[in-house]
Design a protein around this ligand. Structure first.
Ligand code: XLS
Ligand code: CA
Ligand code: CA
Length: 446
């Protein structure tokens, strides 16, 4: 990958980030992420497929309900909104290439400003897409996924595809059409639908079934259009239980899997799962990932974390080895990502205001995922956990248990077996032993 050189250098104090190993004290170096290192016969970078989220890294100024932004972006002084967008694109490619990530993700409105009409917005998007294409070509950076922002403009305050006003839905369609074209143009490997305001606040004014049916129809027409213009990648739906709406239709992995199947969309759509959304839904992240993987529908991951004391979407960078190891175990066991990857849908804190902080945040996230990958591979190679888990279910492997699994025993036959065999033995679940094995393998990582 070539370091991008635009007209101006936006992060002059940061040079190319390299792997220096675990003894390094250099904050601007990887301690564990060694892109070329083979783990289970595959390069780390190909397991992890890291992506930078354009919106958090280059658009979010750090404003919150109590005060304005604190992040002073140097490209904000570049001139009118289009000139700023061009300068921001240069800064972004400088960042991707200095960090050494191969992928990025963006919403239409992150990369190009909305215009005064559908036509003007499309023109702005096309202009920035052509520049992004050039930069992708000269650096080798690729687009993991594209998406449309169907939640910021006030017109979407009652939803986009689930808006009670058809005219708003049509506007959402115009955005998705243009952004699908942009994603195809840039060779994007996935297209994401996050239902930003697809939900409701009160059932008194809402026809829920009708709105959900509209959402399914909208996804189907988007799918058909994308395929008609040559999009070969995966369509992904991203669940989130709440925020901004009180009830969001794409609540969690289980809800989205049921929705896709009920509407015949599960052949083309998979899931993009975010850690902080799973925890907001009251699950662990690995719960949602395992559900999707079991359904054959785990597409991609938004790698971040929430705050256990907060009930909202804090979108922090990941830093929990147990969580990243469990993510990577699920990814390894499904045979690795195909079109998906690990997108850092995470933002630096409002008071992290040095230009290098964005690098430090990504370095931390990449390192903890590299370590999680190594631990996951160790757990799998060690084999004790898998063997213990398999043994827990061994009564279903043969005899009457196997006959039940294959549908050969009815309820009366099961009752007769219970009467004959008497009280079953108490079998320990051994959770503490499983956890201790994970810790001992963590300690052995070198
Ligand atoms: C917001 C979502 C959003 C999607 C893309 O909470 O995470 O950023 O990933 O629209
Ligand atoms: Ca996300
Ligand atoms: Ca989030």
């Amino acid at each position: 990958m070539n370091v991008f050189k635009g007209a101006r250098e936006y992060f002059p104090s940061v040079k190319q980030i390299r792997y220096e190993g675990r003894e390094s004290d250099n904050p601007l170096a990887f301690k564990f992420y060694d892109p070329e290192k083979l783990v289970g016969g595959k390069k780390m970078k190909d397991h992890l497929r890291f992506a930078v989220a354009y919106w958090h890294s280059f658009c979010n100024t750090g404003d919150d309900p109590f005060g304005p932004g604190t992040h002073r972006f140097p490209w904000a002084s570049a001139g009118d909104p289009l000139a700023q967008a061009e300068a921001r694109l240069d800064a972004a490619f400088e960042f991707f290439t200095k960090l050494g990530v191969e992928y990025y993700c963006f919403h239409d409105r992150d990369i190009a400003p909305e215009g005064g009409s559908v036509a003007e917005s499309e023109k702005n998007l096309k202009r920035l897409v052509s520049l992004a294409k050039e930069r992708q070509g000269s650096t080798g950076v690729k687009l993991l996924w594209g998406t449309s922002n169907l939640f910021s403009n006030p017109r979407y305050m009652n939803g986009a595809a689930t808006n009670p006003d058809f005219r708003v839905l049509a506007h959402a369609a115009a955005q998705v059409k243009a952004m699908l074209e942009a994603t195809v143009e840039l060779g994007g490997e996935n297209y994401v639908f996050w239902g930003g305001r697809e939900g409701y606040f009160s059932l008194l004014n809402t026809e829920m079934k009708r709105e959900v049916d509209h959402m399914a129809r909208f996804l189907a027409v988007a799918r058909d259009y994308g395929r008609s213009i040559g999009f070969k990648g995966s369509y992904l739906v991203e669940p989130k239980p709440m925020e901004p709406t009180k009830h969001q239709y794409d609540y969690d992995a289980a809800t989205v899997i049921g929705f896709l199947r009920a509407h015949g969309l599960d052949k083309d759509f998979k899931l993009n799962l975010e850690a902080n959304h799973a925890t907001l839904a009251g699950h662990t992240f690995n719960h949602d990932l395992q559900l999707a993987a079991d359904a054959g529908l785990l597409g991609s991951v938004d790698a971040n974390r929430g705050d256990p004391q907060n009930g909202w979407d804090t979108d922090q960078f990941p830093n929990n080895i147990y969580e990243t190891a469990e993510v990577m175990m699920i990814v390894l066991q499904m045979g690795g990502f195909t079109s998906g990857g690990l997108n850092f849908d995470a933002k630096i804190r409002r008071n992290s205001t040095d230009p290098e902080d964005l690098f430090l945040a990504h370095i931390g996230g990449m390192d903890i995922f590299a370590l999680g990958l190594e631990l996951a591979q160790r757990i799998i190679t060690d084999g004790r956990i898998a063997a213990m888990r398999k043994a827990r279910y061994s009564t279903f492997d043969s005899g009457d248990g196997a006959a039940f699994e294959t549908g050969k025993l009815g309820l009366d036959a099961l009752a007769a077996l219970a009467a004959k065999s008497g009280e079953p033995p108490m079998t320990s679940g051994k959770q503490e032993l499983y956890e201790n094995i994970v810790n001992s393998l963590l300690g052995r990582l070198r």
